[in-house]
Design a binder for this molecule. Structure first.
Ligand SMILES: *[C@@H]1O[C@H](CO)[C@@H](O)[C@H](O)[C@H]1NC(C)=O
Ligand SMILES: *[C@@H]1O[C@H](CO)[C@@H](O)[C@H](O)[C@H]1NC(C)=O
Ligand SMILES: *[C@@H]1O[C@H](CO)[C@@H](O)[C@H](O)[C@H]1NC(C)=O
Ligand SMILES: *[C@@H]1O[C@H](CO)[C@@H](O)[C@H](O)[C@H]1NC(C)=O
Ligand SMILES: *[C@@H]1O[C@H](CO)[C@@H](O)[C@H](O)[C@H]1NC(C)=O
Ligand SMILES: *[C@@H]1O[C@H](CO)[C@@H](O)[C@H](O)[C@H]1NC(C)=O
Ligand SMILES: *[C@@H]1O[C@H](CO)[C@@H](O)[C@H](O)[C@H]1NC(C)=O
Length: 477
């Protein structure tokens, strides 16, 4: 968008909002948007190699010449979302005089290798791999080293530190492991490094989600959630029942068959997972706007007086779910087909199908519908959806060393002990400089968020640990 047009629009917005000044995300976070041409395929020589524009965001507000560069290795989503939810980097930037850079992961946000046909064929999607993404990050970092510090003789004097949460945490760690000259160390928060086939039991994830609901919800919450599955399945046996659920839950399309019902059950399960992951102790806007302690708020809306009134139960669930689906009251209807028009989810599903296979299963012991891990079925669903096969379930282990992390250096792995993904996290020190930090009572990568008056001492200590590690890497102690 041209500056003039941007200006005209902002004037218009100011006018419309009746003198309330609207600041863009870029202004609030002092971010400058940049693009760099990177090869679509870093690993093959072609007669005429293709390039595409990869987006990255820069904040130089706290940067003092000579200071380090803190790089967020973007994960599965629009990079601006991570730039807005990684306040820790802004909080500590002044201490280090650091430049902040947030690099978008290819195939997400605006970094689409084939424009609007990026997701239209297996051919176009084949370059969506963590290996290519890591090469992008290394590529951008080399570019920054050259362009930002052109007068500096040794690039070493401007150390780069990688930061990331969740899959972004894996990428931060992997960047340090695969391109150690590129970053001097990595802060890897809530990264399920060990959540690959054969490394972690598949039931632990849903067990942990259930524990979160048991701990933060009332006694009957898990029981009610468990009952919910049967009620939905029973109601879905008739057209009348399906219509009732569709209307009560304000679904965008009516449930028509058992496939739709299965989709609904998956959608519901994902909501429970996401509420548990983002069970922060203050209101947030990460996947979606949420109140403080969303698990508690959700559970408080589910009373137990409806155990013999299935329709009443469905209505109650509808109110409870609005905590997640409609906290702002602006959602017209619930699209349970989300990955059909949500390319972020589509791309992430593709990655989980092709290289990042993370086996999850549920048992009678948790609050989800019992579902064993069935690799054949998983692989077949992937084929149906993407036209590609899960080529090698163990690839992530081969590519990134599995549990053999003792050969590496300078990584902090932090995990919230009430984060479902912590079951696949690195929770023990692995070498003299591969450190683990457990954060009691904490959800998914809370330590990377900005500091908040409601933060407890556990989160505070985790951040202090990170700062200490970075100082050590930068020879500041
Ligand atoms: C895709 O993008 C091209 C060029 O930017 C445009 O001409 C075309 O109409 C777009 N197609 C769709 C389906 O949006
Ligand atoms: C579901 O239907 C079965 C068979 O009709 C019945 O036994 C069961 O109690 C029902 N469960 C719920 C939760 O309504
Ligand atoms: C899901 O998407 C398909 C294809 O767009 C559509 O036919 C179906 O009605 C949708 N189902 C629901 C329940 O929204
Ligand atoms: C549910 O069952 C209880 C007794 O077990 C009864 O008092 C109550 O009226 C019933 N509620 C409905 C809605 O049927
Ligand atoms: C969201 O909330 C608004 C306001 O209460 C309501 O009108 C709308 O139907 C709700 N939408 C969904 C999908 O729940
Ligand atoms: C973190 O917690 C796990 C168990 O949940 C424990 O085995 C491990 O020793 C703890 N690690 C540290 C660094 O305290
Ligand atoms: C892990 O290493 C850190 C940093 O040296 C140390 O402070 C911590 O005590 C170690 N934890 C365990 C459980 O050994």
């Amino acid at each position: 968008m041209s500056l003039l047009l941007k200006f005209a629009i902002s004037i218009l917005l100011v006018f419309l909002s009746n003198t309330i000044e609207i600041e863009s995300v870029e202004q609030i976070y002092s971010l400058e948007t940049r693009y760099i041409e990177v090869p679509v395929d870093h690993f093959s020589a072609l007669p005429s190699p293709k390039y595409f524009k990869l987006r990255y965001l820069i904040n130089s507000k706290y940067h003092v010449r000579g200071g380090p560069v803190f790089v967020y290795t973007g994960n599965d989503g629009d990079i601006s979302i991570f730039a807005q939810n990684t306040g820790f980097m802004y909080d500590i930037a002044p201490v280090f005089n650091a430049l902040l850079v947030f690099i978008e992961h290819r195939y997400y946000g605006q970094s689409l290798p084939f424009g609007n046909s990026t997701f239209s064929s297996p051919d176009n999607m084949q370059y969506l791999t963590s290996t290519q993404a890591l090469a992008d990050f290394a590529f951008v970092i080399e570019h920054l080293k050259k362009s930002f510090f052109e007068n500096v003789i040794s690039y070493d004097t401007h150390p780069f530190v990688a930061f990331g949460g969740s899959y972004g945490g894996m990428l931060a760690a992997w960047l340090r492991m695969k391109y150690p000259y590129s970053v001097i160390g990595a802060i890897s928060s809530s990264a399920p490094m060990f959540y690959f086939p054969g490394m972690t039991s598949c039931e632990l994830f849903y067990d942990k989600v259930t524990q979160v609901f048991e701990k933060y919800g009332h006694d009957q919450c898990v029981k009610t959630i468990k009952l919910g599955w049967d009620v939905i399945i029973n109601l879905s046996k008739t057209k009348l029942g399906m219509d009732f659920i569709s209307t009560t839950w304000k679904l965008c399309g009516k449930l028509k068959n058992s496939e739709d019902t299965e989709m609904l059950l998956n959608w519901l399960g994902n909501i429970y997972v996401n509420i548990a992951l983002t069970n922060y102790h203050y209101p947030t806007d990460f996947y979606t706007p949420l109140p403080a302690y969303p698990v508690k708020v959700f559970c408080d809306k589910l009373t137990t007086s409806y155990f013999n009134d299935t329709k009443g139960l469905i209505e109650h669930f509808s109110h409870a779910l609005e905590i997640y689906t409609n906290y702002t009251g602006k959602r017209v209807c619930n699209n349970i087909n989300s990955s059909i028009d949500d390319y972020t989810e589509f791309a992430w599903d593709y990655q989980q199908c092709t290289e990042l296979v993370m086996p999850k299963c549920s048992t009678d012991a948790d609050m989800f519908i019992t579902k064993p891990w069935d690799f054949e079925k998983y692989s077949m669903n992937c084929f149906k959806k993407f036209g590609v096969k899960t080529f090698e379930p163990d690839w992530a282990v081969i590519a990134y060393g599995g549990k053999n992390l003792r050969h590496y250096s300078n990584i902090v792995f932090s995990n919230g002990m009430m984060d479902p993904y912590s079951c696949g996290g690195v929770t023990g020190n692995m070498s003299a400089s591969i450190w683990a930090f457990n954060i009691s009572d904490a959800p998914h990568h809370i330590d990377l968020r900005n500091s908040d008056v409601a933060d407890n001492n556990y989160v505070f200590s985790a951040r202090a640990f990170h700062i200490q590690a970075i100082k050590q890497w930068l020879n500041m102690v």
